[in-house]
Structure formats: C-alpha cells, structure tokens
Design a protein around this ligand. Structure first.
Ligand SMILES: [Zn+2]
Length: 413
C-alpha cells in the first residue's frame, strides 16, 4: 500500500486517513499491551471489516456517522421504524422531507452520498427477521437500541453463534457486542465479548421490574401520582384524541407529554394527590444499566466505570441448565409466574414444553389463541397431575431469546 494516506490505491485524497492512522500505526500510553501497530489495520478496516449497527435513531445516527468517518465501509444497519417529525431535533441524518420514510434507508442514503467509498446497506426490518447466517458475517455488532427485549434477543443470538470444542470456547467464533443507550442527559455503553465477559442476561437484575398498575386502581381509586398519569395516558388519551383521531401518544413529543402532564395534574387535584412532575410524566423509556460506563451531565458532569461480572448460572451464556425448585403439588401457573416475575429471568409470555412418554407435549403456550385455549386448563393442574417427575427437563421459549431455555425440575418436599 502507499504510505501517504492511501492516496492512489483506494481513490482517497491525500491525508484522508491520517487521523485514523495516528491510532492504528503507533502505540501510545493508553494502548492495550497486546496491541501491535500496523499499516495493515487500516486496510482491514477499509476493505474487510463488516460492521452491523442495530438502530438508526438518536444513537444510531451518531454511530453510523462516526464509524463511516473513521474508515469503516462495509456497514449494515437495521431499524424497523419510520421517521417521525419529533425525531428531527437530534436524529441529524433526517430532514423534514424524509418524514414517513424508513430510518435505515434514509440514514444509509445520506451516508453513502456524503462519504465517498462507504457502502451502507439498510434493512427496514426487525432483528428477529434475520437468521444466524446473517449475523455470522459480521466482525462486530454495535447497538443503539431503545428496547430491553431487543437487547436480550441479539445477546442470545450472538451467544448461540459461539463454537465450543470440548467445552473450550473457540475465540474466532466470538462477535463482540458494543451496547449503548441514552436517556435525556444520561448515557451508558458497554462491551460484551459473548462467552467471555458479562452478557446482558448476567446483569439482567439491574433492569428494574416493569410496574403495571391494576386498571381498577387507575380508573377509580388512584393513590399515587403514577396512577393519575396512567389514567391520562391509557384512558383519556384514546377517548379525547387531543392531536387528532387515532394519533398515538409519542413519548418523544413534548406537546404530547405536556398534554398528559396537564391532565394528570387535574386528575391528581381531584383526589388530593401530590407529586406529579413533568419528568415523572415523561417516564423512563428505559433505565441505563448501572455497570460499565455511565455518563451523566444533569448536574455537573459525572461518569463512572466498573466491571460487571459474569453470572455463573446465567440462562443465556452459562450453559448450565437452570434449576426450577417447586413442590410436586405446585400448579403450572406458579411456574409461569416465576418465569415472568423472577428478576433474573423476566420472561414475557413463556411457552413450556416437556417430553412425556417420549412425546413432545406443550404444557402451556400463550401466543397462539387456539393453543392457549387448549392448554389453559393445565395452568390449574399440579406438576404431579401433569405427569412431571423430579429431574424432568422443561424447554421454555420466549420472545426474550432466540433459543429455548432448558430448565430442570427439582422437587422440594
Ligand atoms: Zn450471561
């Protein structure tokens, strides 16, 4: 290759990559002890490295721009959303004329036309629409997501791509996952080496459980400020359609939040409830994980970094079968409750199957109406009545993971 900025052989102008070369072709006081400076690294970056970005929103726009400007050229980007007016203040790859178009496509077009040599391939799809073959082609996956379920799913997918030879992890099968999140003036990022360092499920307890309030409380007996906000959001919004028939509440739209805020205040006044604030109304779209690097500049500036530890029996990355301790007289419903409410599992609509008398039997499945109806009576049966024995394996499928999770039933007396 040529020495001076790659000019000539890649069609790049002189000095185009000098800033990247500063990092790649010399070591410094902060470089990793194993890092070997080389001129081949830039070549790898420009020609070989394939990056997948998940999410083309606030964080995704920044990620795509930064990666493209630092020389990554083979970039795929996935996003299932279309552009909304309220995105334009921060998702800077989008313009008013783009409203309604898929985020991934507009972002890719923008970068491809602005940064010569860059080849961004957009996917206006869900991450669940792709198979392991698709994910296997990337050297690295970078996430700017706003959903915990999506994070858990991609985490599970990358773990499923690991190869083990006699229980020794083949390092070449590791695809690093860099996960970031933002919320107002707060942010975080973490590096996950699947199979080696703490994964999303290892630290799942750090996500607070989702709180749902009973509808009767919201409708007739509010006691907390949250009940009033839920009343405005769930009951008043669809009834009054303040921004037009069928316009959904957009948590990013300040006018929408202001409306809910005002209605919540009115409701709270009727029941002598205090404590409604704009911030509470806005809610936390998601709360940053409290490990790795956290960043906060609400009051001054604060960052903190620490290392999350792997969990020995993590359901996603430990390869240790999970134990379920229940009495033989426990009902199947109790297992479902445990799977959904346990802080370390937090499943959403678990489907349970077991092998009984050599046959695969669905004990309960919620997501298909006809099967739900057929298996519902099982919920009130005891484990003994269902024919489950001590040590029985239960396979559980859920939207939080691409793989079924194996549990082993351990009877308690
Ligand atoms: Zn894990």
């Amino acid at each position: 290759m040529s020495v001076d900025g790659g000019y000539g052989d890649t069609g790049d102008w002189e000095g185009r990559w000098s800033h990247v070369k500063t990092f790649l072709e010399r070591s410094g006081p902060f470089t990793h002890p194993d890092f070997e400076p080389s001129t081949e690294l830039l070549q790898f970056l420009l020609e070989t490295c394939k990056v997948l970005i998940i999410g083309a929103g606030g964080l995704g726009c920044e990620l795509l721009k930064d990666l493209a400007l630092t020389g990554f050229r083979q970039i795929d980007i996935i996003d299932m959303d279309t552009i909304d007016v309220s995105n334009l203040n921060r998702q800077f790859l989008f313009r008013s004329k783009d409203v309604g178009r898929p985020k991934a496509e507009v972002a890719a077009d923008f970068i491809n036309s602005r940064i010569p040599g860059c080849n961004v391939v957009p996917h206006f799809k869900k991450i669940q629409d792709f198979s392991d073959t698709f994910y296997r082609q990337f050297h690295i996956v970078v996430c700017g997501l706003d959903s915990i379920i999506a994070r858990r799913w991609i985490n599970g997918m990358l773990i499923s791509l690991l190869n083990f030879e006699e229980s020794t992890l083949d390092p070449s099968s590791i695809i690093p996952l860099i996960d970031g999140g933002t919320e107002g003036f707060k942010g975080n990022s973490r590096v996950i080496l699947p199979g080696m360092t703490a994964c999303i499920e290892c630290t799942l307890e750090l996500y607070p459980p989702q709180i749902n309030f009973p509808m009767c409380t919201i409708a007739s007996m509010p006691r907390l400020p949250e009940h009033c906000i839920e009343y405005a959001r769930i009951l008043q919004w669809p009834k009054e359609n303040p921004f037009g028939e069928g316009i959904a509440l957009d948590g990013d739209d300040p006018e929408h939040i202001q409306w809910v805020f005002q209605k919540s205040l009115e409701r709270a006044a009727q029941f002598n409830i205090t404590g409604i604030t704009y911030r509470l109304t806005q809610g936390d779209a998601y709360i940053p994980l409290n490990n790795y690097l956290v960043f906060n500049d609400v009051d001054g500036l604060y960052t903190y970094t620490f290392e999350a530890e792997r969990k020995e029996n993590c359901p996603a990355c430990s390869q240790v079968p999970q134990e379920l301790q229940f009495s033989p007289s426990a009902k199947l419903q109790e297992i479902i409750d445990y799977l959904t409410q346990s802080a370390s599992l937090q499943m959403k609509s678990p489907a349970i199957t077991a092998t009984l008398d050599g046959k695969n039997k669905t004990l309960y499945l919620q997501t298909v109406a006809s099967i739900e109806e057929r298996t519902r009576p099982n919920l009130s049966k005891t484990l003994k009545e269902l024919g489950l024995a001590n040590g029985q394996e239960l396979a559980v499928a859920d939207i939080t993971t691409p793989q079924t999770v194996l549990f082993k039933l351990q009877f308690t007396s």
